[in-house]
Design a protein around this ligand. Structure first.
Ligand SMILES: N[C@@H](CCC[C@H](N)C(=O)O)C(=O)O
Length: 279
């Protein structure tokens, strides 16, 4: 029996289990993500995040969804990792480089009374996703996509991980559980996809609900908020800066016109520390 210390943290309500693998090395994160993420029989979370060393950056982050699949990037987790490292005195830097499977990200920490409250992450340059199907090859920008008998206009953006953003008149009328799962597994996206339904409130404000690849409905998605803000600007619906309001909180997204980089700012909150036994 081996005891693993973990910290439960959330950013905009997107909650993960964080393990410092320099202290608690883990052999099978895919299996543990599935077991620990379950709310009734595990710890309960949207997935598992591993914090580690890096020879390229200050630290590294790996993210596993609740179904055990590994993603390349997680916006909300990256902010929480910054808080974890600073609040636990593993660094005294307020600007940190984080090594992820989608490249090195710069984190800027806002500290109040010795604790990190907000973090801005340079999420890099967004990319349009190229789609190949029988009748079409190209980027998907406000393109029709069928879900059952309904047609939506969708924009596919990669923020390191893939997102399908659909603007609608009323996000609250979307049957997210049903439609989200169907879109996640649409054959157009062989690696599956995260799905965001968005409603423009005004040129600088968007309401968004998310279905995450590998985790289902979550309270927020950082990369999803970035993809939504990018899709909003690309299709002329919003300006370069917008607040994206999700069920669990708000993120401020700025798509910088000079560098093309997307900057995401939001909270990072510790929920509790715990210990779990594994065989
Ligand atoms: N919640 C995350 C994204 C987590 C990974 C995603 N479900 C995927 O599989 O791509 C975020 O805050 O960005």
């Amino acid at each position: 029996m081996y005891r693993v210390g973990f910290t439960k943290m959330q950013g905009a309500g997107n909650d993960y289990i964080y393990v410092n693998t320099s202290v608690f090395p883990i052999r099978n994160p895919e299996k543990l993500a599935i077991k620990w993420s379950k709310y009734h029989t595990g710890i309960g979370s949207d997935g598992l995040v591993l914090i580690g060393n890096s020879y390229k950056a200050d630290f590294s982050m790996r993210i596993f969804n609740a179904d055990g699949s590994e993603a390349k990037m997680c916006g909300n987790a990256s902010r929480c990792v910054g808080k974890y490292l600073y609040d636990n005195h593993l660094t005294d830097k307020t600007e940190l480089l984080l090594d992820t499977l989608s490249g090195i990200k710069l984190l800027k920490l806002q500290v109040v009374d010795g604790k990190v409250t907000y973090v801005t992450v340079d999420m890099g340059i967004p990319e349009s996703i190229y789609i190949m199907s029988e009748g079409y090859a190209g980027c998907m920008i406000d393109m029709p996509i069928m879900v059952g008998k309904k047609s939506f206009k969708a924009t596919a953006i990669s923020m390191g991980n893939p997102h399908l953003v659909i603007f609608v008149d009323d996000v609250d009328r979307i049957e997210l559980e049903k439609v989200g799962s169907m879109l996640e597994n649409n054959p157009l996206f062989p690696d599956r996809i995260n799905v965001e339904f968005a409603q423009v409130k005004n040129k600088n404000s968007i309401r968004m609900r998310v279905w995450e690849r590998g985790s289902g409905i979550t309270q927020a998605c950082g990369t999803g908020a970035c993809a939504t803000a990018v899709a909003g600007f690309m299709t002329g619906r919003t300006e370069r800066i917008s607040s994206v309001n999700m069920d669990g909180g708000v993120l401020t997204i700025c798509w910088d016109g000079e560098t093309d980089h997307v900057l995401m700012t939001g909270d990072a909150v510790k929920v509790f520390d715990g210990e779990v036994e594994i065989d």
